[in-house]
Design a protein around this ligand. Sequence first.
Ligand code: NAD
Length: 423
Amino acid sequence: MSTSSSRISGFHNLTMTERLEKVIEVAGLNPDVSDHMGNTGNLAAEVADSMIENAIGTMNIPIGVATNMIVDKQDTLIPMATEESSVVAAVCNAARQCRDSGGFITSMSGSLMIAQVQLVDVPNPEFARLQILEHKAEIKQICDETDPVLLKYGGGFRDVEVRVLEGSHTGAMVITHLIVDTRDAMGANAVNSMAEAVAPLIAKWTGGRTYLRILSNLADRRLARARATWTLDAIGGESVRDGMLAAYEFADIDPYRAATHNKGIMNGVSAVVLATGNDTRAVEAGAHAYAAQTGRYRSLTHWEADQDGNLTGMIEMPMPVGLIGGATKSHPTARIALDIMAVKSADQLARTIAAVGLAQNFSALKALATTGIQKGHMALHAKNIAVMAGAIGAEVETVAKDLVKLGKVRVDIAEDLLNKLRG
Ligand code: NAD
């Protein structure tokens, strides 16, 4: 490893190629690296450079398409960007098994985002709360004037709410929530600008000081919902159903299990969020905060048996995604992913992603309650191990098959198999 300094003056002023050369020099890399990193694939270097700071290249992640999904009676192809094997197959399998019972039915609570303004140094916080609420009309005017384009598309300010919180060091804080309909935008920039515009007036009206002015990622006014029914025949009978219900209940009562259960849901959700150029961290933060809203971290899905004994599943979670803004517009692959899904609104995109999360959870619960998760993972995992061992081209398939046959998917065994294969 190089011992050169990470203090590289003027790094951000360099071109992307110059930055890469600099990194190769400072990190002491093989100069061949510049050929690999210089190939930005299907994201033009200029676009990558304009998306983030200090860009030196791009990183490709496979996009798979999940088939079989019916969402609100419409057959829908699901583009999923993920590096993890079995994620796309899980959605395909779950969707196939509920096709005969109609697929997924979805709904949405609305497209409302929340921006928070933190006010401190007010001796009479409850009094200040009412002072702020009295200015609702003025707050609306300021918010709407901040984003006339959003207004044109039917969005804009909807409501103001004020909460008083007690900080153990800072004392009373008066927290104003601006509730804004952001329509087809995820809305972070939109609501942040509104919070910044309103904050000085809140300070003036109350005599306090405002600090933070930023959206909340707990987007609980933007809940996407999906439900589906799997017949006993489709899933393989009562014992499979009961195993899945027991697996669900385990997640709902134990945060150690719930974290993994919800991670599985996010395997599906984040893959579509990423493929469509949306903000994976915003959706993930919202999901986990929402899962803990009762005071205990719980399952994002719920599973029950219906009157005929069939398995019914539902999911409800914050889904702040957009078709406008961020990388959804600037990344050409994201535009194509949206075209593959044929979604017409951010609302439809959010609902479809919720259905994918439910599908993913169905497959994980079913695998766990029956054969165990590793069996389904093995074939694809074996390919990764074969690549790790140095297999290329047709060798990958051959080594992977032999690993699965041996029941030992290990890199040392893959290396032995590869050596034998190459004579
Ligand atoms: P944006 O500001 O790029 O675009 C949204 C704007 O587009 C709207 O404000 C509106 O003026 C306009 N618009 C045009 N047509 C519209 C339509 N049909 N519906 C709604 N608006 C329309 O993007 P944004 O959605 O405000 O912000 C999203 C970006 O912010 C993401 O890239 C995200 O990563 C980033 N971000 C996230 C956080 C966070 O989650 N904590 C914080 C800051 C920034």
